[in-house]
Write a protein that binds this ligand. Structure first.
Ligand code: ZN
Length: 314
């Protein structure tokens, strides 16, 4: 081999994968979406949990394990969201780069829960301003994995964070149109506490913060009483949680002569269908906010913040 060829070979950046795409595996769709936005063509991302999947009970499959061990970077949420995967991910972290992206949030900004004493509420994506900080952590983990792509990642993340910030502002605007007495959000499980804190809604989940706990008959009866007493006329189902409990509530209220309607499906712990606007983080939150605001007597365009909701919120 001629010396010049050898020198040319050695001049290839030591990173080793220059020119190759950064391969990332993310547990939730929301994290995978952030990676896609930040990385564009420079990344190859696989999200393990698709539409309708409940992260509290999801357990890694054989092919997930293969994908994770082959990836350059594995991102998970943390805060005990992936309860069934936590042990596996912690073990994996001893051998390769694994980052729990929500664990870096300032503890003062996290909410607790009465039946979850030693843990924090993991559903931080429900407040776009809080989620923006998680997106910044995703960006930093990607830069750490591929310093040669830093400029691209910073540029694209800046643009994405601006859009997330616009979503937060829009949410602020439209939620303020909901009358004070209607600001009660009753859903299948406690996923909306950060939304409630950010936009001033009282939030009630039939099941606790994790879907692992069963809602008892007594809990349903108490909530029926609350719906009747406070004349709450709208409740919401969630795409990743069974509708059974919500239906029991509606029937219970009807038996007591109080009509409650199911005012729409919210994306709580998983995004909407792949390839749709609702299948992105911004679309998911836009859908939720539009659905909630319109169902509770506020004003928001039926097709959402940017006219892109595929299925108009009822
Ligand atoms: Zn949840």
């Amino acid at each position: 081999m001629a010396l010049s060829a050898l020198v040319a070979m050695l001049a290839v950046p030591l990173a080793g994968h220059a020119g190759e795409r950064l391969s990332v595996v993310a547990t939730t769709g929301m994290i995978a979406d952030a990676v896609r936005e930040i990385g564009g063509e420079a990344v190859e991302v696989k999200g393990l949990m698709g539409p309708g999947i409940d992260p509290h009970s999801y357990r890694q499959t054989r092919s997930d394990i293969v994908a994770m061990t082959r990836a350059d970077l594995v991102l998970w949420h943390g805060l005990y969201l992936e309860a069934q995967m936590e042990e596996f991910l912690q073990r994996l972290a001893k051998r390769q780069t694994v980052v729990a992206v929500a664990e870096g949030l300032d503890r003062d900004r996290l909410l607790g829960h009465e039946d979850y004493d030693d843990k924090r509420d993991p559903h931080v994506w429900m407040d776009p301003s809080l989620w923006a900080e998680v997106v910044a952590t995703v960006r930093d983990a990607m830069i750490e994995a591929r310093p040669d792509l830093e400029a691209t990642f910073r540029d694209r993340a800046g643009d994405y964070l601006e859009r997330v910030e616009r979503l937060a502002q829009w949410a602020d605007e439209v939620t303020s149109s909901v009358p004070a007495e209607a600001r009660v959000l009753l859903t299948a499980h406690d996923a909306f506490a950060y939304f409630g804190r950010a936009y001033d809604f009282e939030v009630i989940g039939i099941q606790g913060i994790s879907t692992e706990s069963e809602a008892g008959l007594r809990r349903i009866r108490d909530l029926v009483g609350l719906l009747v007493e406070r004349e709450i006329g709208a409740v919401f189902v969630e795409s990743s949680v069974s509708e059974r409990n919500i239906r029991a509530l509606v029937e219970g209220a009807a038996a007591r002569g109080h009509e409650v309607r199911i005012a729409g499906t919210l994306y709580s712990d998983a995004m909407g269908p792949k390839g749709t606007y609702e299948g992105t983080y911004i679309g998911m939150i836009d859908h939720n906010i539009t659905t909630i605001v319109r169902a509770l007597g506020g004003e928001a365009p039926a097709d959402g913040m940017q006219g892109r909701l595929t299925e108009s919120a009822r």
